[in-house]
Design a protein around this ligand. Sequence first.
Ligand code: AMP
Length: 284
Amino acid sequence: MLVHKISEVKEKIKEWNGLKIGLVPTMGALHEGHLSLIKKAKETCDKVVVSIFVNPIQFGPSEDYDKYPRTLENDMELCNKERVDLVFAPSPSEMYGENIRLSNDNLTYVCPPFFYVNKLCGKSRVGHFDGVCTVVLKLFNIVQPDCAFFGQKDAQQVIIIKKMVKDLNVPVQIIQCPIVREESGLALSSRNKYLSENGKKEALVLSQILNNIKACYKKGITDIEALKETAYSYLTDKHELEYLEILDKNTLEENQNANENSIALIACRVENVRLIDNIYLGEI
Ligand code: AMP
């Protein structure tokens, strides 16, 4: 069932009183990565809500908000196949009001701590995680789920959301799901649609670099600079590296040496498409 209005969601969840509700927040253009979250939600909850909303306040002025793929019909087919109970696809004005100026002098934002946002994706995408936390908290308030499902693909995002939930006593359990990849190793992403066939091949360097770092760590190299240096042989002028970091997987703290709690994270542009990926170095 597809609804566009907050009031329709509220009606539905009233009917579900006492049942365990799972929410899978997405921006649509659904792929197997999203479906893995939906499947996990179906396994663990009585009712599953998928939200599909390309959230304007998490995009910077020069980012791809306008051209972000919007494929609601296909998304509905996939959701129906997975027996999703409710798809909530609001308009920006339904979420933020008519003619509202979406700036933080006019709208209440959730502002995650600087320590978590001044690195990785937050460094180049200033204000991005304010936009993410704000919309996620709004979705939690609208849907009132017991559990919400997020992918490890967006590792910084799920860490920041866990922090928000803890700091603001939000009564929602955050469930993190593993990265789904193509057989080639490429992490699935709605933005892969922007890549040419050749670009998709070039994009394999992200997972190759991460796998190689993990292999080197397993062989006993723990010095972070030494591990990061192993990446350079993979990069050509087709790749514009934005960051490669090895941090603590729970706190995003820097260590001098990698350990079983380390995560390697990469962002790299290929054909001017910004791609991200990450890998845990220890056993999960
Ligand atoms: P998005 O539509 O890009 O906002 O993603 C919605 C949710 O799907 C987020 O929690 C993402 O982390 C998750 N997701 C996206 N791609 C993948 C993937 N390849 N594997 C697992 N989860 C993913």
